[in-house]
Design a protein around this ligand. Sequence first.
Ligand code: LMR
Length: 392
Amino acid sequence: MFEAMEMAPPDAILGLTEAFKNDPNPEKISLSVGVYKDDTGTTPILECVKQAESRIIENENSKSYLGIDGLAEYGPLVRDLIFGEDIGGRAVTLQTPGGTGALRVSGDFLKHKVGASTIWLSNPTWANHGGVFNAAGLNTETYTYLNESRTGLDFQGLLDSISQIPGGDVICLHACCHNPTGVDPTAEQWEQVAALCNERGILPLVDFAYQGFGNGITEDAAALIPFRQGGKEFIVCSSFSKNFGLYGERIGALTVVSEDDNTAPVTLSHAKRAVRTNYSNPPKHGGAIVSTVLSDEQLRSQWESEVAQMRNRINDMRDKFVKAMQQRNAPVDFGFIQSQRGMFSFSGLNKEQVDTLRNDHSIYIVGSGRINVAGLTDENLERFCDCVMQVL
Ligand code: LMR
């Protein structure tokens, strides 16, 4: 049975990590997978995380299973973080293995319990969105997102696209730091998007993987405000891979918001069934870390300053990249990179240029031209810019 199978293609993002590891060039640069690097090129463990872990290890007395929806204290803490306040009994939260786990559970829930058939994804979107939702049995369609130069938002195009989505379908939105483009709507534009979704009966699923990496922890949550205030149903899939640096611990959250307090426990009961038939219950350690940090005043404020440090370093690298390309008289104005936010930017480099960067210079970026700006450092910036100049 196995012999009849053909080799599957490598993953568009994680496949590059494998190729990078096998590249013997000592000057190789990885700007593919969305992992933060500090000035020294390492992906650090946050200090607040280290402190939380030592407290956890000291006090932990069992490795027994968690409940299907995770640690009891986790849900309220996550909701406070993403909504900035207690939103009462309308919302339920499940601890999930990463943001991807939250997306997949929501896909199962939407397909098998809500009866949704299609989810609309921004064009472009994270390379794994389509695969995750298709695996749950949902069809995928795309809506307009980028302007003609592919460096900013086509807001009218976005509204026009949403106006064509049938009621009862689901729309996947990125709360901040749009992956792969770094292009986000403003708070006012989010109000219009939310109003239109509500008017048309489209269910918003908000992927919230980069809270704090855009303009600030509170600022980045602005996208959720009009959805919450609109009083309609929506879903939020959070990830703590990036803002807590907990990539390998696989920790995220699925929050389902209903119109009323009575419906919320019903949604939870079905989401729990989706979990039980998938991975049974979530891993414990990442949830314990996030809960410990968010519930302790000193650790929380330390986390906030560590997130600010990461954010500032990324924005600094954006500025340095743009200046370095200007100094080289680049034939392209990269100024748009400075106004984009989060880990990623769409560089505008085409497939051929991306392939040349990889084959001739051992520089790895995603095929779409997405650059992980958080992988640039003072040490690799000059070589990166020289090589980009060559392929341009
Ligand atoms: C990315 O987009 O690079 C990250 O979200 C990591 C991943 O799993 O793809």
